[in-house]
Design a protein around this ligand. Structure first.
Ligand SMILES: Cc1cc2nc3c(=O)[nH]c(=O)nc-3n(C[C@H](O)[C@H](O)[C@H](O)COP(=O)(O)OP(=O)(O)OC[C@H]3O[C@@H](n4cnc5c(N)ncnc54)[C@H](O)[C@@H]3O)c2cc1C
Length: 406
């Protein structure tokens, strides 16, 4: 059995902090190493900080007492030690990689300089530093272009609009949040953003970012159309941060490959969170990261040696709180029906609400709720349990209107 006397965790994000805290509670000593200067924080809530709704302190995570600040630059698997950028070395018996994701930078000529620094005014949206940088730059009337219309781009666009920026959202795909939402739900998100003053361009590919004197001036589309921009947010997705694992020779495909005990191809190294690939899936979401941390804490503290991670049925939830127009949405599983599926849908255009579930062979396989989330708890439980739906003749509509216990 792996000795767990010296557990070292790289990455003080959601997964690493949860693991370190749980290990502490279970009496297992742990060294947590994080490169970010800020107190560990809940990344999911960064858009609320950008919108001016929360201060950075409010989203701080309850962190373990001991946090080593620094960047790990290498793993020596022979002697079982990690090297830090300041030249120091920390030995481990069990190492945990919780290195998260990096933002995807689109291949636009104007973005790349020899020193790998983004032009002035161009920001990724992943870290507290990105958020504070954007926050400092945004003022009423500033012209902001958000590139990417997924969850991240939608959150950023709405936050910037709330701060008074003139926002244009450029989305390459046909609709907003196409990974999570069906066309009707996507339309409601679009309407919500438009009501906040955001201009939305779908099926539009950005070709270049134009700079003058090192600062962004405009964003050029593939049809030659140029949008003036003082601020550009890159929200083009993320990829797992696997560099350390790759250099150390671990099995890495889309992410760091782990088994049900979160073990990598080296039995002394585990991995959790955005950086991992489990059973072919890279989640990139908070719930799986936290669930993996919980399972690993039980294994490493030996409080439940048969704990296993068998995958997460991830529900995406987004709350867009406008000053006068709160807008909630939740989506899970397959939101578009296949031939032969049963679909129940309720839409109220006046109230801007939309609810839909997809049922296949008596099982709930997916759903999307916009504006009215009363039933989300009951639906998520039915979906997570993957149990056959009650055969007592209860109409499917009941699924959408029964909000008991949620
Ligand atoms: C703006 C925004 C909104 C989001 N909204 C949602 C949402 O609504 N729902 C949802 O489920 N998910 C959301 N996500 C995704 C969610 O934040 C991630 O899935 C989650 O943070 C993953 O946790 P993690 O610990 O694996 O990675 P991270 O939180 O990224 O933490 C990794 C940490 O490791 C550190 N690190 C990496 N390499 C090193 C090294 N070599 N040395 C030292 N430290 C290192 C990094 O600096 C970072 O602090 C959102 C993300 C963003 C950016």
């Amino acid at each position: 059995m792996t000795s767990n006397t010296r557990v070292v965790v790289i990455g003080a994000g959601l997964a690493g902090v949860r693991l370190a805290r749980r290990l502490g509670e279970l009496g297992t000593p742990v060294t947590l190493i994080g490169e970010e200067e800020h107190r560990p924080y809940n990344r999911v809530l960064l858009a609320e900080v950008l919108a001016g709704r929360y201060s950075p302190d409010v989203i701080a995570l309850p962190a373990p007492a001991e946090l080593t600040r620094g960047r790990v630059t290498g793993i020596d698997r022979e002697v079982r030690a990690v090297h830090l950028a300041d030249g120091s070395k920390i030995a481990y018996d069990t190492l945990v990689l919780a290195t998260g994701s990096n933002p995807v930078l689109p291949p636009l000529r104007g973005l790349f300089s020899p020193d790998h620094v983004l032009p002035e005014g161009v920001h990724a949206f992943r870290t507290m530093d990105d958020c504070l940088g954007l926050s400092k730059a945004v003022r009423p009337g500033v012209r902001a272009v958000v590139i990417g219309g997924g969850l991240l781009g939608v959150s950023a666009a709405r936050a910037l609009a709330q701060r008074g920026a003139q926002v244009v959202l450029a989305q390459q795909g046909e609709r907003l949040m196409e990974r999570q939402l069906d066309p009707s739900a996507s339309k409601l998100v679009k309407r919500h953003l438009k009501d906040l003053g955001v201009e939305i361009h779908t099926e539009c590919r950005v070709r270049d970012v134009r700079c003058v004197g090192g600062a962004v001036r405009s964003v050029e589309m593939s049809d030659g159309y140029a949008l003036d921009a003082d601020l550009v947010v890159l929200a083009c997705g993320v990829h797992p941060r696997v560099g350390l694992a790759q250099i150390a020779g671990l099995d890495v495909r889309k992410g760091i490959v782990v088994d049900d005990e979160l073990r990598t191809s080296d039995p002394h190294i585990r991995a959790i969170g955005d950086c991992v690939q489990h059973d072919g899936t890279v989640y990139g979401l908070a719930t799986p990261a936290l669930e993996q941390a919980e399972v690993l804490a039980e294994l490493l503290s030996q409080s439940r040696t048969n704990a296993r991670y068998t995958g997460t049925r991830a529900l995406t939830r987004l709350t867009l709180v406008g000053h006068d127009s709160p807008f909630d949405l939740a989506a899970f599983g397959e939101t578009e029906a296949r031939p032969g599926d049963d679909v129940v849908q309720l839409a109220d255009a006046t109230r801007g609400t939309y609810r839909k579930v997809v049922v296949r062979d008596d099982r709930l396989v997916g759903g999307v709720l916009v504006g009215e989330l009363g039933t989300v708890g009951a639906l998520a439980r039915a979906w997570e349990g993957a149990e056959p739906l009650p055969a007592d003749g209860a109409p499917l509509l009941h699924l959408l209107t029964n909000d008991g216990g949620s």
